[in-house]
Design a protein around this ligand. Structure first.
Ligand SMILES: Cc1c2[nH]c(c1CCC(=O)O)Cc1[nH]c(c(CCC(=O)O)c1C)Cc1[nH]c(c(CCC(=O)O)c1C)Cc1[nH]c(c(C)c1CCC(=O)O)C2
Length: 426
């Protein structure tokens, strides 16, 4: 597996997104849009007219080109997201997935019964996904440090739903039947997907992804109880798994610098994968070592109880690759989501910004959540709704976005109005 330190990526010029994810001060609220590369752009349609959807995903030059398209049009975008799809994972496990125009994804042979879980090919799945890594690496170079590049995955429950239903489903009735009838097999499948997802996300970071988003887009089918049982546990396992695998490899001696570029602390890997060592150094060398049993429990914060910005920088250095969980329709479980260890929680448009902040507290960044339908309103109305939203969330720990993906008929002008209004709002 390649090592990210050898890739010589251009320096990042706009780090608003990462700063907001870590709770550091930002000059302006960062903004990006789910599905910002997509069918509402004629230049995307042009590429899709020539190439099948999954061919675009599988061809790094095409995936890179499509990823860059929205950045060329909308100068206010503060992030890019690699062009791919959540369904590349079922493909890598050996299932056929086709994209039918006007219909969406179709699995010609969905899972019909639990015994078929055994024929999924877990081994080698990550190497069959190496084209995503190649697309990420190429894009990180071509983006020239303009904005960070987000990697992503589908979450286990959402992927399982597609694998059982054979495509999108309004009711998810087959999946719900599985939850009732075969809970043991369901957990076996969710665990398998979780293992693959952890390695897939680590591979994306190795390839150059700077923030990772996990899409639990089908959470809207789950009650609070079902969300806890079939989604939240796995989301937590994914966050912990990625954190400990990355810490194991990439944390050696990360220097922390103050405003004068002097090294004030070093973050170092401990002897156990889940441990890190934080050393405060004076100019002569290490003066004090703090051992953190679990990174998130963070006794190292007692290092400098009065220095908020050092705390934040230390946390950023230890975490390094922030993660976002977007569980669409799971606004009923924000309390649960706040316990999963993610730096950022994505909200759909049904959630009130102020209520969400009250529930999750001050240590998590919120992302969202304008109704994508609002992009069909007049520019003046859209600007007003956007400014209202940004003012409700505030500048602290906030990333502006829609509450779900942008839809195909959206007027292009609306993207300009939305992204500009976010930057002008505060
Ligand atoms: C559920 C899901 C899928 N894919 C994805 C999700 C989770 C996010 C969400 O809930 O929207 C994730 C996804 N899919 C796509 C991206 C690209 C990155 C981005 O710009 O955000 C991302 C992040 C491209 C895409 N994925 C797809 C398109 C459009 C297909 C096309 O070009 O023909 C794009 C641009 C196809 C797709 N892929 C999927 C569906 C249901 C569809 C059909 C959607 C539709 O028809 O509107 C599965």
């Amino acid at each position: 597996m390649s090592n990210l330190t050898n890739k010589n990526f251009p320096d990042l010029k706009n780090d608003r997104l990462l700063k907001a994810a870590f709770g550091q001060d930002v000059d302006k609220v960062p903004v990006w849009v789910m599905r910002q590369a997509g069918r509402y752009l004629p230049e995307f349609q042009e590429i899709r007219a020539k190439h099948d959807f999954f061919t675009v995903c599988r061809t790094p030059e095409l995936a890179c080109e499509v990823t860059l398209q929205p950045l060329r049009r909308f100068e206010d975008l503060d992030a890019s997201i690699i062009f791919s799809d959540i369904l590349v994972i079922p493909q890598a496990l050996g299932m056929a997935v086709e994209m039918h125009p006007g219909v969406g994804p179709v699995f010609p042979e969905p899972l019909k019964e639990p015994s078929e879980i055994n024929s999924l090919q877990e081994e080698g799945a990550i190497s069959r996904l190496s084209y995503v890594g190649d697309a990420i690496t190429l894009t990180r170079h071509k983006i020239e440090g303009k904005v960070p590049l987000i990697g992503f995955t589908g979450a286990p429950f959402t992927l399982m739903g597609y694998m059982i239903e054979g495509g999108g489903s309004k009711t998810m009735s087959k999946t719900k039947e599985w939850l009732e009838k075969y809970p043991k097999d369901v957990h076996k499948l969710l665990s398998l997907l979780t293992r693959v997802i952890v390695d897939y996300l680590v591979m994306q970071v190795d390839s150059g992804a700077q923030l990772l988003q996990v899409f639990e887009s089908s959470a809207d089918h789950l009650t609070k109880e079902l969300f806890s049982e079939f989604s939240a546990n796995y989301l937590k396992e994914i966050r912990n798994g990625v954190r400990s695998k990355l810490n194991d490899r990439n944390l050696d001696q990360v220097p922390m610098r103050n405003e004068n570029s002097e090294v004030v602390a070093k973050v170092q890997r401990g002897h156990h994968p889940a441990h890190v060592m934080v050393g405060l150094v004076s100019y002569q060398g290490v003066t004090k070592l703090h051992f953190c049993e679990k990174i998130r429990t963070w006794p190292a914060l007692s290092v400098h109880p009065n220095n908020e910005s050092l705390k934040k920088s230390l946390e950023a250095a230890v975490t390094k690759f922030p993660m976002t969980v977007f569980a669409k329709g799971a606004g009923h479980s924000l309390d649960v989501q706040a316990q999963l260890g993610y730096e950022v929680i994505g909200l759909d448009w049904t959630v009130d910004p102020v209520e969400a902040r009250n529930i999750v507290g001050e240590n998590i960044t919120l992302q969202g959540n304008l109704d994508p339908q609002d992009l069909y309103k007049t520019p003046d109305e859209l600007r007003k709704l956007t400014i209202d939203m940004v003012q409700k969330f505030g500048k602290f720990r906030y990333i502006a976005n829609l509450g779900h993906g942008i839809t195909p008929q959206t007027p292009i002008e609306s993207m300009k109005v939305f992204t500009q209004a976010v930057h002008e709002a505060l």
